[in-house]
Design a protein around this ligand. Structure first.
Ligand code: GCW
Length: 662
């Protein structure tokens, strides 16, 4: 009797484990092939490299076809770390130039299988858009994560290198499955300690795991490390002792991590040290590190996120600092530029540095973690935002000079091209806090691999692999995801409003915020400039003239109130409350309707999700449902707070047909 009871308990336990849908598996839910099927197959690889072996292992475990032959071909340099697949389901040939290409091909095949696509007469050639497809972790050594909303850092520094959490491998595998091949482990507000011998050994523990998945480790470095860690008299990049310290440090890094990727540097930005502390330029600072890293074929990613409290428009400052240095950076330096000129807002026009730097390598930095998008409480699918930036036409080299083509090597040939995004990953069971935030990690990887992919397609793939292959289910969830970014813009800051977030934490609205004695460029009024006449930041020639940093074609459009798209109107113009918009409504009424629309869109998202209850496992259904409730509440909060505040200036009534402020 006892035995039967135990057996029963065991079954119940195994069953609940099998069906526990806590989101930990991400989009990797392949089911292993049966023993029977595994017997008669041939999955061969001509390479013994651990990455190739990993590819073979994935296919051997999950691929339901008959035979696959994985081959490396050193002649196919044009493939980079991409791949070629020919054949049909039961007889497939995969060729790659790099072992990682075989691994990406394996995941490509598994994705086709998992999304029920035909695997007949395959003739696929995939070449990634960027050489380096990178995640930036803003993880601190005490395991807090700056702007992280999914728990503590994944990196368990106290246990490393002796103990390796199984999540390191799961993390690497998830990244490899979407083509991510580089990771910056630590916060750009970097602790010098990361370069200590003790931490380098811990890092070796991580990099040994990541290497099997084709992922290179990079570090954010603090520019004052020589002085703080090495005891040099200063950290002046031209001081021979400082240079020697960095040389020895880099040598030490390579002695433990032979394929180390390079450094990411936030210098002279938001209080971080940098070359300017010693009267040197960003170029002098970057080149010093670049020269030391060059023999190792490593790179310096030098961030252009710089601004200081001054009378100058913050949106103009990065351009002002970096354009005069154009041509001075070494060829293994890449300038890492945030997608917009302010700071990861729900919507920004593109950063004018793209295209303006003619002789420097440049790369985009996105933010996957939702610092300005409701943390991990709001469902906001970010592929449309990423795509919007990549597709922006800068016109810097004439029509078709998109941000993507400037950074992928097409318009500015580069030794290495790259793209980065700030990760949204933490030690939460489901990795990202919100189940749907997993889609943003996924989408970033897919776009970094191929910036021409459509957001819709990426959403379809992700939904099918993460939730269900049911066509109607996919269509409904996709629609919800595709509206979500516009919804967030509408209920937070429509029509080009920006940075009206609560001070410091950036969660809710605080357009009235005015921290006495605080930095003026961190105060919301600086950005919306509401007064009794109107609202918006005048960046035309009458105002800050930020418009002049764009190519004439773009400047003419954004600078002309009649031509400027509504979505950027208040970014570039101070517009009277009574101004007649393209819709025929006054600016004030339009603003009210946009806020109201945002709320309605979230309510619609709730309805869509509620209708899908029977098609989603109970746990994920309930967790997403409760997050959507928070989002709907927050949307109302945003609408009411912003409208009631702006109304103190507009002195106009809120139209009768929108939901009354509560
Ligand atoms: O947006 C700001 C964030 C800071 C961040 C900084 C940056 C890492 O509020 O938390 O610091 O950007 O990108 O350096």
């Amino acid at each position: 009797m006892m035995k039967i009871r135990l057996l029963l308990l065991f079954f119940i336990f195994s069953f609940s484990c099998l069906y526990a849908e806590d989101g930990s598996k991400l989009w990797l839910r392949y089911t292993p092939v049966s023993k029977e099927m595994a017997k008669n197959r041939s999955i061969t690889a001509d390479a013994k490299n651990p990455v190739a072996v990993q590819a073979q292992h994935e296919l051997a475990t999950f691929w339901k076809g008959q035979s696959i032959d994985l081959k490396l071909d050193k002649k196919l340099t044009h493939l980079k770390d991409g791949f070629k697949i020919t054949g049909h389901r039961d007889r497939i040939k995969v060729t790659a130039h790099e072992p990682a290409g075989l691994l990406y091909a394996a995941y490509h095949l598994l994705q086709l299988q998992e999304t029920d696509q035909q695997v007949l007469n395959l003739n696929v050639e995939e070449i990634p858009s960027f050489n380096i497809r990178m995640l930036n972790h803003w993880d601190n050594l005490d395991r807090t994560v700056e702007r992280g909303y999914a728990g503590y850092s994944l990196w368990q520094w106290d246990d490393l290198p002796g103990q390796l959490s199984p999540r390191y491998e799961a993390y690497a595998r998830a990244n490899a499955s979407i083509g991510i091949n580089a990771t910056v482990i630590n916060n750009v507000n970097a602790s010098p300690q990361i370069l200590s011998s003790e931490y380098l050994l811990k890092l070796k523990g991580l990099s040994d795991v990541f290497r099997r998945y084709g992922i290179k480790v990079y570090l954010s470095v603090n520019f004052s490390s020589p002085k703080i860690l090495g005891g040099t008299s200063d950290s002046d990049p031209l001081n021979p002792q400082v240079i020697l310290w960095w040389k020895n440090k880099v040598k030490e890094i390579y002695s433990v991590i032979p394929d180390f990727g390079g450094f990411l540097v936030k210098a002279n930005s938001e209080g971080q040290p940098g070359p300017q502390d010693y009267g040197r330029t960003h170029a002098e600072g970057a080149n010093m590190l670049a020269a030391i890293l060059k023999p190792y074929q490593a790179l310096v990613m030098w961030r252009a996120f710089v601004y200081n409290p001054s009378t100058e428009d913050r949106a103009k400052q990065a351009y002002q600092e970096f354009v005069p240095l154009d041509g001075q950076f070494s060829d293994n330096v890449i300038i890492q530029i945030k997608n917009g000129p302010i700071d990861f807002q729900p919507r920004e026009p593109f950063n004018p540095l793209f295209g303006a730097l003619k002789k420097s390598h440049e790369m985009v930095e996105f933010q996957i973690t939702q610092e300005y998008l409701g943390f991990s409480n709001h469902l906001v699918y970010l592929a449309p935002l990423f795509q919007e930036t990549l597709d922006h036409d800068t016109y810097a080299d004439g029509k078709g000079s998109t941000v993507a083509r400037f950074t992928d090597g097409t318009l500015r040939p580069a030794r290495k091209t790259a793209i980065a995004a700030v990760a949204n990953i933490g030690d939460d069971t489901n990795w990202t806090g919100h189940h749907f935030a997993q889609a943003n990690w996924y989408a970033y990887g897919r776009l970094a691999w191929n910036h021409q992919l459509a957001s819709e397609q990426i959403a379809e793939e992700w939904i099918a692999m993460t939730f269900s292959k049911d066509k109607q289910f996919i269509a409904a969830v996709k629609e919800m995801m595709m509206t979500s970014r516009e919804a967030a813009v509408n209920y937070m800051m429509p029509l080009g409003l920006h940075h009206i977030f609560a001070f410091d934490h950036h969660y809710g609205p605080e357009p009235w915020g005015d921290q006495k004695g605080g930095r003026p460029d961190w105060m919301p009024w600086y950005y919306h400039q509401a007064d009794t006449i109107g609202v918006g930041f005048d960046r035309t020639a009458r105002g800050s003239n930020a418009i002049s940093q764009y190519s004439p074609h773009v400047a003419n459009i954004y600078g002309d109130i009649l031509l400027c798209p509504d979505q950027y109107l208040l970014w570039f113009h101070h517009v009277p409350w009574h101004y007649t918009m393209k819709s025929g409504l006054s600016l004030w009424d339009e603003l009210c309707y946009q806020y109201d629309l945002g709320v309605k869109q979230v309510r619609d998202m709730q309805k869509v999700w509620d209708r899908l209850e029977n098609q989603v496992d109970q746990q994920r259904f309930a967790e997403v449902q409760s997050k959507l409730k928070i989002q709907a509440k927050d949307a109302v909060w945003w609408k009411d707070a912003c409208l009631l505040y702006f109304q103190t200036y507009s002195k106009r009534p809120i139209p009768y047909d929108i939901e009354r402020p509560v």
